[in-house]
Ligand binder design. Structure first.
Ligand code: PFF
Length: 448
């Protein structure tokens, strides 16, 4: 880690920051929702396999690029390039990742704003401010803009402090809180009527669905979104890791935490839906599938919390605080991508760059809020359905085809001297060269 650009001060700090980026609304909302609409445990099974077999190798590629380059995504990839064309290609891939992260943040901030307003609602309800409560839980341009701005201000204020005092310090505080809250909520839901049926629905796979193309595509998309791939974020986090650390193990630990938290979130959400059903709430749509998407988080669950009486206020508050924390540890990583680029390439001071870029992204969010029907779905598809897989694939191509094998080995060996003789080095290089890009391409083109 270089003294001037900062870096993570400890292994734990990196794990919490990278897991914080990975664990977000994608895990706690997206994953259970996808599970609900893709046949329950069959989806969970496929997700686990794809996360370790495709997303983890791609994740390692991005971390390695960053640690080798010790710089933002564009500069890091350019350091690996040996001629002008490769340098141009590096610029396109690195810069597209940065744009992708910024676009994701522009819609993610809106979703996170909703979570924050729903977290405040139980407080206004307890205090008897009914009008405020209904304003907080109804869609309106003012509410959306206000809470998106609030969330962006929190994100900006953390990133302005830098890597160690901002990203690392806050991830180390927020991630344990998130895990604690999640476990407490699961234990509570487990005591309620109807939850066992939910656990059964979540944990019994319908093996016949495992090879359904839609299920495979959705599972791969979720795994890539969840590990924040194709956005330059893991490249930049990789660049803040000390050369003394064993990257292979660190990457595996972060993947494991990410997948486990998605799994735990499913253990909370799916059984909660069945508890809601036991209380008379409809949890199946007209086509017989479990309700998913916004209806699940903003209708089914709040109805469940309301039905719990006084304790419901507290449970609802904890649930939406959990969502907001998960969103915040992810959003800071998205903002770090463009900020590190501008700071390092254009020599602009970090605080200025952060405020300026954060504000620019808020302007995009504002445009989305004002043209919601037109832009919201479009920006999500552009960045997550097309952008992320494509850029992640190009990163694998870069590592597999452009970066010299001896240089890759030299980089991985730092902090892991024995790697050459282990299973990872036997499999990963050709896997990243052939399997990952082709598998991502197949799934990508199939989804088109
Ligand atoms: N991994 C985050 C989630 O699961 O919600 C989302 C995310 C974070 C996507 C950072 C992209 C990114 F750069």
């Amino acid at each position: 880690m270089s003294a001037s650009r900062g870096g993570f001060s400890s292994r734990f700090g990196f794990i919490m920051a990278a897991a914080g980026s990975a664990v977000g609304l994608g895990n706690i909302w997206g994953f259970p929702t996808q599970t609900a609409s893709n046949g329950g445990a069959a989806f969970v099974l496929v997700y686990l396999v794809l996360a370790f077999c495709l997303a983890y190798p791609a994740f390692m590629a991005e971390l390695l690029i960053g640690r080798y380059g010790q710089a933002n995504a564009v500069t890091s990839m350019q350091k690996m390039s040996r001629n002008l064309w490769q340098k141009r290609f590096a610029f396109i891939v690195g810069f597209s990742g940065i744009i992708c992260a910024s676009l994701i943040l522009s819609f993610y901030g809106i979703l996170a704003g909703w979570m924050m307003s729903y977290a405040i609602e139980p407080i206004t309800s307890v205090l008897g401010y009914n009008q405020a409560s209904s304003w907080l839980t109804s869609q309106s341009i003012t509410r959306n803009l206000l809470f998106t701005a609030l969330f962006m201000m929190l994100t900006i204020s953390i990133i302005r402090r830098g890597v160690e005092n901002g990203i690392e310090k806050w991830s180390k505080r927020l991630m344990p809180m998130l895990i604690g809250l999640l476990i407490l909520l699961i234990i509570y839901v487990f005591t309620l009527d109807g939850s066992r049926e939910g656990f059964a629905a979540y944990l019994n796979p319908d093996i016949s669905r495992v090879f359904e193309p839609d299920l495979l595509i959705n599972a791969l998309g979720s795994a890539f979104f969840s590990l924040s791939l194709g956005t330059s974020v893991m490249v930049i986090y990789g660049s803040y890791i000390s050369k003394k650390e064993n990257l292979v193990t660190l990457g595996a630990q972060v993947t494991l935490i990410d997948v486990s938290i998605a799994f735990l979130a499913g253990l909370l959400i799916i059984p909660s839906m069945y508890v809601a059903q036991a209380q008379g709430v409809a949890i199946f749509g007209d086509d017989g599938s479990l309700i998913s998407g916004p209806n699940l988080v903003f209708e089914v669950l709040p109805t469940l919390f309301n039905g719990m009486g006084a304790v419901g206020f507290f449970v609802g508050f904890c649930f939406f605080v959990l969502m907001s924390i998960a969103a915040l540890t992810s959003s800071i990583s998205m903002l770090e991508g463009p900020v590190s680029f501008v700071v390092e390439r254009h020599n602009i001071e970090r605080k200025k760059a952060t405020t300026f870029i954060g504000f620019g992204i808020f302007i995009i969010s504002t445009l989305i809020v004002l043209n919601f029907d037109l832009l919201f779905g479009f920006v999500i598809s552009l960045s997550t359905v097309y952008g992320q897989p494509l850029i992640a694939m190009l990163c694998c191509v870069f590592v597999g085809w452009i970066w010299q094998r001896s240089d890759i080995l030299a980089e991985i060996k730092q902090g892991n001297d024995e790697v050459e003789y282990g299973l990872f080095w036997k499999i990963w290089p050709w896997y990243t060269k052939f399997v990952c890009p082709s598998a991502i391409a197949i799934v990508f083109f199939h989804s088109l």
